[in-house]
Design a protein around this ligand. Structure first.
Ligand SMILES: CC(C)(COP(=O)(O)OP(=O)(O)OC[C@H]1O[C@@H](n2cnc3c(N)ncnc32)[C@H](O)[C@@H]1OP(=O)(O)O)[C@@H](O)C(=O)NCCC(=O)NCCS
Length: 151
């Protein structure tokens, strides 16, 4: 897991809370604790973790929203693997009848991740200028979303 995740081609696009560098201790924490507490899964190829997907249900009056995210080791890019996993993730999120919107915040410039969002039926909902900090720099984010009952 750590070997797959600790790659700048991945780290540069993850949120600022993602460990950097991503160490074996970070992977061990995720396997033993993090993955049990939330809805996150490793993507395994021949039983070896090569990536991950996660769904984060929102709370309170925003509980009809689920945020999703994804990453994959570069050696496996371009085979449609993450769209496959992300479609399943969306299906799981919509099993909750209260959920009406599944969204993915994507850093401006991350074309491949935007393509994943489009392939699973999301559309660019809005651009959020200056809405997050990444490596000490304020960045724009693109919000992609899909809806149970499209507006
Ligand atoms: C975004 C990501 C998960 C895509 O996963 P994937 O399984 O490769 O997805 P796909 O095979 O559907 O490819 C999606 C796009 O990636 C790009 N891509 C494909 N192969 C690529 C390669 N070898 N090198 C660079 N980009 C490539 C293309 O733009 C492709 O779109 P297209 O099919 O319209 O040409 C992967 O690129 C990744 O892990 N990126 C770094 C982490 C990240 O950005 N996570 C999301 C944070 S919001």
């Amino acid at each position: 897991m750590a070997r797959a995740a600790n790659d700048d081609r991945i780290l540069r696009w993850m949120s600022d809370t993602w460990p950097e560098p991503y160490t074996v201790a970070d992977a061990a924490w995720w396997v033993n604790e993090g993955s049990l507490a939330g809805s996150t899964w490793a993507l395994c190829l021949k039983d070896v973790p090569q990536g991950g997907v996660g769904a984060h249900p929102q709370t309170g009056f925003q509980r009809c929203n689920v945020e999703v995210g994804w990453w994959l080791a570069p050696a496996h890019w371009g085979q449609g693997l993450v769209p496959l996993a992300a479609r399943w993730l969306v299906e799981q999120a919509l099993l909750n009848p209260e959920v009406t919107r599944v969204f993915a915040p994507i850093h401006a410039g991350n074309i491949p991740s935007g393509r994943v969002a489009e392939k699973i039926g999301m559309r660019l909902e809005s651009v959020q200028p200056r809405s997050a900090i990444k490596r000490g720099t304020v960045i724009d984010r693109h919000l992609y979303a899909l809806y149970r009952d499209p507006p």
